[in-house]
Design a protein around this ligand. Sequence first.
Ligand code: KG4
Ligand code: ZN
Length: 346
Amino acid sequence: MPTILAIESSCDETSAAICRDGLVLSNFIATQSVHEQYGGVVPELASRAHMQNIVPVVDKALKEAGCLLSEIDAVAFTQSPGLIGSLLVGGQFARSLALALGKTLIAVHHMQAHVLANLIADSKPSFPFLCLTVSGGHTQIVLCESPTRMKVIGETIDDAAGEAFDKSAKLLGLPYPGGPLIDKYAKQGNPHRFSFPEPQLTGLNFSFSGLKTSILYFLQNAGKSHVYKETFTASEDEKQAFISENLADICASVQHRIITILLNKLKKAAVETGIKDICLAGGVSANSGLRNAFEDLGKKYGWNTFIPAFEYCTDNAGMIAITGYYKFLEGVSDPLSVPTSARAEW
Ligand code: KG4
Ligand code: ZN
């Protein structure tokens, strides 16, 4: 009955979780509100907030799980990728704790953990499965053959899906992070009112930068054209009036295009691999339009579909704990000298 204590600190959430015998008993997440006023995550402030949060967060995860430090078999932590200062705070804490307790240390790849968040619920995908991981920093289709063997078979060549949502929201004057707001307004809008272009990219890779540019021109022309003009046809006042009169339809149409870009590639990956167990992961899988369209596609093509519970979609230590658990079962034990890195190979 291995018990894993896990720490996640790759960006702006300080999180700790306890997993015993494959069950996540606690998953405590401290969100850093300090970044709101800056419209994005400020790395230096994130590291400082992790320093303040890490001890109480670990304490809360242990208490919530009714677990003592002496009962821990291994300490798992996010090794990469992420903000280097943030990763170092969680990583050094984990290394020190493993050293002090004389327990196994397990370094975890954050993106692999997003995929394995699908193994937390009772209903789990069978191997091999496909996972579309969509977050603020990544957009990937991963072929997962076992908890420790996976490969990226498609990824974005420019912006991530979350960035596409957030940058579109910014163009509409919505605050950061705008993804959840686009989701909210889209519910009242017509997704077919405005048409945005789908990139003509062969293979399984994604691109979102063309969509962003097209939205920019579309707004600067107050909806009259998607193409660049030396002098835009709308004044700033006309542009703002167009946005406020059509916000729901614009949000629904933008969201619809992001979803079709994502799901058309996922469908292609499913056909090419013949795999029918298909998962979503990452913060953008909270998007209600994406969830519904994914489930509909699953029904149409006979897939077994899986989406982690919301708390395991956004950054969380529960996913690090379940990954640490499977690595522990496979005998993984990392030295205290294991490096932390902002970028990571698979
Ligand atoms: O995985 P995540 O929590 O953090 C990382 O990037 O690692 O993902 C955050 C991203 C942000 O871009 C946010 O706008 C987006 O997920 N997001 C959403 C929704 N909820 C979160 N995007 C669209 N609709 C949502 N409901
Ligand atoms: Zn993440």
